[in-house]
Design a protein around this ligand. Structure first.
Ligand code: PMV
Length: 354
């Protein structure tokens, strides 16, 4: 059944004229990557994706609202780590505009948004995912104040729906664990409008995965993902990519059930390199990897071969490397990372899959 996210009658409910709402949301790392969206639709993916939400890397957002005295446009101010950030405003204003059709009550308020991350923004660790998801959760908490009878299931579905309108992958950050976004014929309930928690059996090995993030480049990305997605619309290999992503999801469903870590690792490395291959072969083309990204990849491959360890990498839209391994192997792997890979990166973040 389709969920109706419009809620035009909300304004008749009352809410205290001023208030503060706080939400926290985690970043996520995709195993099967979302890359490419429908041309004339808002954030509708061209293939389904699945991610792990990440512990320790999150955004905390405070939404301060104040009822407007006049019927003018809402004023919105954004603060990041205590400093006003006018450069974040265009994205936030676009987001508020998009969601205003589903949250008409927002027009009655002015807002101050205070946000902070536990990790550097625009460095390849998905800060737009956690920040848009945290903001969407704040807005849904506001809606819940207006409509206390709102059901939990609707609350999260709509939060994911709103987050998607801010940044596609943000819709997956609403939930912990493995989260699917985008319709896939083998996953019941999966759809393009909002994400859902992965609904099938997960072997215990995949419930405690470590993710050591190697920050190889901490500068903001030169090409925004919104531009990158567009390049898939005329990409010579796009059709094959979407087919491959679709098959990879079927493979992953089976792997997650059987608990085959090696197959899992090979699949996520294939996905990561495919994402980068897509950007390298688009027009214009880009290269996100730095020399140290490649150095790290080769080090991981050599270490794995020589020591028979379960450590595999994945990449986001940037130079940084996520190293995924089961918690059971943490002691030896982390020791190896710190003594062999530290040299290649600016910083490391010891995260884990929630
Ligand atoms: O959500 P966006 O528009 O920033 O796109 C994110 C795309 C990737 O991070 C590269 C892959 C994914 O599925 O998260």
């Amino acid at each position: 059944m389709k969920t109706n996210f419009y809620n035009k009658s909300i304004e008749k409910y009352s809410i205290t004229p001023n208030g503060v709402i706080t939400s926290k949301s985690h970043s996520n790392i995709a195993l099967i990557k979302y890359w490419g969206k429908h041309n004339n639709k808002i954030q509708i993916p061209l293939n389904s994706s699945i991610s792990y939400s990440l512990g320790k890397v999150y955004t905390v957002t405070r939404l301060i609202y104040q009822e407007k005295k006049k019927k003018n446009n809402s004023s919105i101010r954004v603060f990041f780590s205590g400093k006003e950030k006018t450069s974040f405003l265009p994205k936030i204003l676009k987001f508020f505009y998009r969601i205003s059709f589903y949250c008409s009550y927002l027009r009655n308020f002015n807002f101050i948004i205070e946000t902070s991350n536990t990790f550097p923004h625009s460095c390849g660790v998905a800060s737009s995912a956690s920040s848009m998801s945290a903001l969407a959760l704040c807005i849904m908490k506001m809606e819940k104040k207006l409509v206390p009878s709102l059901k939990e299931d609707f609350f999260f579905k709509k939060a994911s729906f709103l987050a998607r309108l801010g940044s596609g992958s943000a819709c997956r950050s609403i939930y912990p664990g493995l989260v699917v976004w985008g319709h896939h014929q083998s996953i019941e309930g999966s759809n393009n409008l909002y994400a859902i928690p992965y609904p099938y059996e997960i072997h215990s090995i995949f419930t405690k995965i470590e993710d050591t993030i190697l920050i190889i480049d901490d500068k903001p990305k030169k090409i925004l993902s919104s531009k990158g997605h567009k390049l898939m619309n005329h990409h010579p290999y796009a059709r094959e990519r979407f087919k491959d992503a679709n098959q990879n999801m079927n493979r992953l469903i089976s792997i997650l059930k059987r608990g085959e870590f090696q197959e899992f690792g090979e699949l996520i490395e294939h996905e990561a390199l495919t994402l980068h291959a897509m950007i390298m072969t688009s027009r214009p083309y880009f290269l996100w990897m730095k020399a140290n990204t490649i150095n790290v990849i080769h080090m991981v491959w050599d270490f794995r071969k020589q020591n028979n360890k379960n450590i595999y990498f994945t990449l986001d839209a940037g130079a940084n490397v996520h190293l995924l391994y089961p918690i059971q192997e943490k002691t030896s792997i982390i020791k190896w990372i710190y003594s062999n890979l530290f040299f290649y990166c600016k910083k490391t973040i010891e995260s884990f899959c929630l």
